[in-house]
Design a binder for this molecule. Structure first.
Ligand code: FAD
Ligand code: NAG
Ligand code: NAG
Ligand code: NAG
Ligand code: NAG
Ligand code: NAG
Length: 587
């Protein structure tokens, strides 16, 4: 036990900024004291409570040999990792080539697409003499092949007080699928999919449904749905490789069909999960309905480990799509480019009224909407909807390029217009949800706020999962029902920053990047999957009036904090101490 009682009055933050480390070896119930604050920490390698190699071997046996000691993928570019020779020129060339490929990254054991969260201590290199360390990657990973393996991991982490990470595709913008010193459960192999034409479970839905394993990914599922007779669709993300049943649906899940049908979590009919106390539980409107509600948008890795989820499907229909470009090939006049952006964005409510979705990107001298999605529509109708936009661009003299296309199915549109994205950025991520009222009353200010931060780049979605839709009882922030436009902000970080610099980066993101967007949208909110870890008043920003109930349900379903993801319900008393190396609870 370590007591830094000789330093009363100093805040923990100050201690951390000064780089004082907490090297105690607490057994599960031992307490670390910093200043006057007492902490119970998770158990880490080197602590007395860390499981013996025999315990790990037993765990490995329980999971049928699917436990792996983590070796970072780029270790093959270094002479050694952990004292073992790892260099392999051919393998290194492959890792280097595929490093930014999201599909490849998704298939890895533990790697994180947003490398900032790994602490970038083992990147592909041409200098094998450099050092490669785990950084914030987990110590061990269970490559789960079935529900029993997930349960074994949850039980082992709970009994040994280990930090537990659930890792599906590693897409998480906020690094919630990696964590220093942890045991990870990789759910990527759980890809069972079963479609039914008529759902017979509890509740009033009698249309089509699909039950999907925890590891299924967006485009993969859409392709299977397309192979049904008749072809089916569901609410999934815009990104082809993002997972479906993991962080995506548990955080809410928006996407190209969300303005037509609602959020992904609104479509959930039933979840099969492993609870924090290691039970297999079904959660739907008839059994464990409180857990069902919480899983529908209450936060990733918070209430249970999802094994599978059943969601509504719909019969696919023709669709129309469009693109719009205003960039340096058309003009280098920033003013004109931003007039174009403002014209586009101020019409958000209009697109939403027509059940549309749009995905756009803005960087200095580059603005593109690719695509506009008009489900259950056609090119003639989409041209009508976009006419006010074109009229305004012309009236303001904004040069642009735009194309409207018609598709015989949403599937065809998706395959044609949504591109694979890249991973590997060393970037902090924030974001803001704008409501209809924000757009109507403060549209110009919002556009100006976006312009003021465009040097960092941003990704945006026109999405309105509430208009013309029945009210759905989920944990998703009710503000989403008034939503009209959602923006992801980016803030690129230098490599190898100190802890102080990391904290300063978070503060800059919060105040300087997200600040203007927040100020311009008094009725807005934030989105847990694509938001800022340091979001002020995150409980309200992410969940609004639903937060108090979520907090109660976290206490009911995971009182020990077996599951942890920063800035999710019930994590108020948890802190990352020792520069992110110890997850501890104030007691
Ligand atoms: C390129 C890109 C595009 C995106 N597009 C969209 C979009 O269109 N719409 C949208 O809403 N979001 C989108 N997102 C955000 C996405 O929803 C989140 O990143 C989400 O967390 C990814 O979930 P995952 O399971 O694939 O990823 P992971 O990083 O593997 O996991 C994310 C979180 O979920 C937890 N988790 C994973 N599996 C389980 C499980 N079985 N049980 C419990 N917890 C679990 C993890 O512990 C972690 O906290 C996008 C992200 C990226 C990087
Ligand atoms: C788990 O067992 C498998 C199969 O015997 C073995 O290949 C693997 O190295 C073991 N994992 C650990 C962490 O020892
Ligand atoms: C993370 O990186 C910083 C800066 O290089 C370093 O000081 C710190 O020890 C690293 N932490 C881990 C866990 O790798
Ligand atoms: C296009 O859609 C509109 C509105 O739904 C409809 O009235 C029209 O008949 C459609 N046109 C064609 C050519 O299908
Ligand atoms: C600029 O717009 C053109 C279409 O006119 C497009 O083909 C090109 O990819 C755009 N450039 C960028 C960098 O977005
Ligand atoms: C949604 O908008 C309406 C109309 O502006 C408002 O009355 C309501 O309070 C809003 N709901 C939320 C949750 O913000």
């Amino acid at each position: 036990m370590l007591a830094l009682a000789a330093l009363p009055g100093l805040s923990v933050v100050l201690l951390l900024l000064q780089g004082i480390s907490v090297n105690a070896s607490p057994a599960p119930d031992e307490i670390t004291t910093i200043g006057t604050t007492r902490y119970a920490c998770k158990c880490y390698r080197g602590d007395r409570c860390w499981p013996s190699s025999n315990s790990w071997a037993i765990l490995n046996y329980t999971v049928n040999g699917n436990l792996r000691a983590v070796v970072p993928d780029p270790a093959v570019c270094y002479n050694t990792f952990n004292g073992r020779r790892t260099y392999n020129a051919e393998a290194c060339a492959e890792v280097t080539r595929k490093w930014t490929d999201q599909n490849w990254q998704s298939d890895r054991q533990v790697s994180a697409h947003w490398i900032l969260w790994t602490n970038t201590t083992c990147l592909p290199t041409e200098n094998p003499d450099d050092s490669c360390t785990l950084g914030n990657l987990p110590e061990y990973v269970i490559m789960a092949k079935r529900a029993e393996h997930i349960k074994a991991g949850v039980d082992f982490a709970r009994r040994n007080n280990l930090r537990l990470i659930i890792r599906n595709t590693g897409h998480d913008f906020l690094g919630r699928s990696t964590g220093f010193g942890s045991l990870a459960i990789n759910t990527h192999a759980l890809k069972d999919v079963r479609f039914v034409d008529r759902y017979r479970g509890p509740g009033s839905w009698t249309g089509g449904a699909v039950t999907v394993g925890a590891g299924i990914q967006g485009r993969e599922l859409l392709t299977l749905a397309h192979e049904q007779n008749p072809p089916r669709v569901f609410v999934g993300g815009e990104c082809p490789s993002v997972g479906f049943a993991g962080g995506y649906i548990q955080g809410g899940g928006h996407g190209p069909l969300a303005s037509l049908y609602g959020m992904a979590a609104d479509q959930a009919l039933s979840f099969d999960v492993v609870t924090a106390d290691g039970r297999y539980v079904t959660a739907n409107s008839a059994v464990n309905s409180d857990l069902f509600w919480a899983l529908k948008g209450g936060g990733p890795s918070t209430f249970a480990a999802v094994v599978s989820v059943t969601v509504k499907t719909f019969v696919d229909a023709p669709a129309a799509g469009a693109s719009l470009y205003v960039n340096f090939t058309h003009t280098v006049d920033q003013e004109l480019i931003w007039k174009g952006f403002r014209a586009f964005h101020n019409l958000a409510n209009h697109y939403i009224d027509n059940n549309m979705f749009a995905y756009y990107e803005a960087f200095p001298f580059i603005f593109r909407v690719r695509p506009f999605v008009a489900p259950q529509s056609n090119a003639t109708r989409l041209a009508e909807i976009l006419k006010p936009l074109y009229d305004q661009l012309q009236a303001e003299g904004v040069p642009y390029d735009s194309e409207i296309k018609e598709y015989s199915s949403y599937y065809d549109l998706y395959i044609d217009l949504f591109e694979d994205e890249v991973s590997g950025a060393n970037t902090l991520v924030g974001g803001r949800l704008f409501t209809r009222r924000d757009i109507a009353e403060h549209g110009d200010e919002i556009a100006a706020a976006k312009r003021s931060i465009v040097q960092n780049g941003m990704i945006g979605h026109i999405v309105g999962p509430g208009v013309n839709l029945p009210v759905s009882d989920t944990a998703i922030n009710p503000v989403w029902r008034n939503g009209s436009s959602f923006t992801i902000t980016l803030y690129e970080q230098p490599f190898g920053t100190s802890w102080e610099e990391k904290m300063a980066g978070e503060k800059y993101l919060t105040d300087i990047v997200d600040g203007p967007l927040r100020a311009a949208s008094p009725y807005g909110a934030a989105y847990v999957n694509e938001g800022n870890l340091a979001e002020p008043n995150w409980q309200t920003a992410y969940w609004g009036d639903n937060y108090p109930r979520l907090l109660e349900l976290k206490q009911k379903w995971d009182p020990l904090g077996v599951f942890y993801a920063r800035t999710t319900p019930g994590t108020e008393n948890w802190e990352m101490l020792d520069e992110g190396k110890k997850l501890c609870k104030r007691v």
